[in-house]
Ligand binder design. Sequence first.
Ligand SMILES: Cc1cc2nc3c(=O)[nH]c(=O)nc-3n(C[C@H](O)[C@H](O)[C@H](O)COP(=O)(O)OP(=O)(O)OC[C@H]3O[C@@H](n4cnc5c(N)ncnc54)[C@H](O)[C@@H]3O)c2cc1C
Length: 496
Amino acid sequence: MYKVAVIGSGFSGLASACFLAKNGYEVSVFEKNEDVGGRARSFHSRGFTFDMGPSWYWMPDVFERFFNQFGKTTSDYYTLKRLDPSYRVIFSEKEHLDIPANRKKLGELFEKIESGSEKKLKDFLTEAAFKYEEGVKKLVYMPSLSPIEFIRGDVLKGFFRIQLLSSIAKDIRSRFKDPKIQSILEFPSLFLGATPENTPALYSLMNYADIELGTWYPEGGMVKIVDGMKRLAEDLGVKIFTNSNVEKISVKNKTLDGLYINNTFTPFNLVVSSADYHFTETHLLEKEHQSYSEKYWNSRTLAPSAIIYYLGISKKVKNLRHHNLFFDEDLKKYASELYDNPKWPSKPLFYVCAPSKTDETVAPKGKENLFILIPVATGLKNDTEELRRKYLKIAINRIEKSTKTTIWSHIEYEKSYSVSNFIEDYNSYKGNAYGLANTLKQTAFLKPKIKSKKVKNLYYAGQLTVPGPGVPPSLISGEVTAQYITKNHPNHETVI
Ligand SMILES: Cc1cc2nc3c(=O)[nH]c(=O)nc-3n(C[C@H](O)[C@H](O)[C@H](O)COP(=O)(O)OP(=O)(O)OC[C@H]3O[C@@H](n4cnc5c(N)ncnc54)[C@H](O)[C@@H]3O)c2cc1C
């Protein structure tokens, strides 16, 4: 039987391990950290449970599809609740909007802000639905190794309608004139790691995900998805090894023959690396076996890094929803400090998650669990305690003003996480939080490939390859890589 190693136990690693095990391979997962889940790990302290990374459960159909392929459903592993309102957008101390889960109500809200926008929203969402069908049901499951894959009747037919070549900002701004509506509709593309000006209009499929498919929450937190996938993988026979640092990929005659893990060599026939792609290439492989140069990586647009605060508050914080977007400063200036002229931001936008508004298991009774995320540029140095405190004060000050309540003096637990932690914990390139941005030049076959160009039996999955950043894309990435391997290395064949 083929012996396959998967490096990393994030969503993409666990997904590829599940599919490969189902397809008959002997699969082992090696994770450097103590817990599985990668960027979606969680931790407990003082009665609070904090999800460390993702908090938005979007595209429920992608999760359902994943578990269905193993004869399971999401409800075998966790219970989902749809949030209503989906989220709150704060525009200033005095002004905010709650985004209703119901599409009709959202249309009515838009109409009050800009006359005629209810109808325009309907038209916009009709196109977004088409893009979702084309994009998420068809294009993202392609290995994207060559543009030739896309020269297919059914793909070409919809090519112009999916608007791969124009920006989402242009599309939205040509339809809606009110800046608040523009912000609400441009926000989902920020998940893809670039500015709306730099993100193809194809990704209004994210608006379909937001408005039509909804914002959900798995009871107990996002880590419940990780727990479910780990259980599924183990039931399929996958062996998972934590505290197992992969130090080197051994290659003989352009063929991988095994891994050095915690100083010990173990032979393998195939490897899927779901660790950060840049790290695998430049730290685990000798130069002659690397597919991409340092110059190539340096020219890529990474999704941002972040400063994150995990806070335990000794009281309930009024006037916050589960998800809160602080869009109360100038996005253009902030975006230039994120991408064009990277520096610690002068007036950042930020996001606050209060999962204890929905889930009483994540905070002690009468207390609030707050997660604050400030996106910052990748590659920034000196994320010192002092600097982190400075930004915490900025965020808390704005939250206090908007919620009209005191928070600072009620912080009973505080932990921060930033660029240097991403590098140390995940071997993240320049401390990126969620991979490579989905810009026009970095979509589909223009991303780093799932298959090594230099080493025959080395594959990649995860947020730096196709289809891109985010939990649903990472699940899809693991599946695409596993299915490609299954097709190209049938189990009876011998590679070494
Ligand atoms: C703060 C934050 C908020 C986010 N919010 C959302 C959200 O709300 N919704 C959403 O959909 N997405 C969100 N994302 C993005 C999403 O979490 C990621 O895209 C996804 O989890 C990435 O999964 P992955 O498998 O590609 O990588 P990872 O989760 O990074 O997994 C890679 C694993 O490889 C391991 N590894 C690295 N090097 C080695 C080595 N040498 N040996 C062994 N193991 C190694 C790492 O420790 C890690 O566990 C967020 C991400 C972050 C960081």
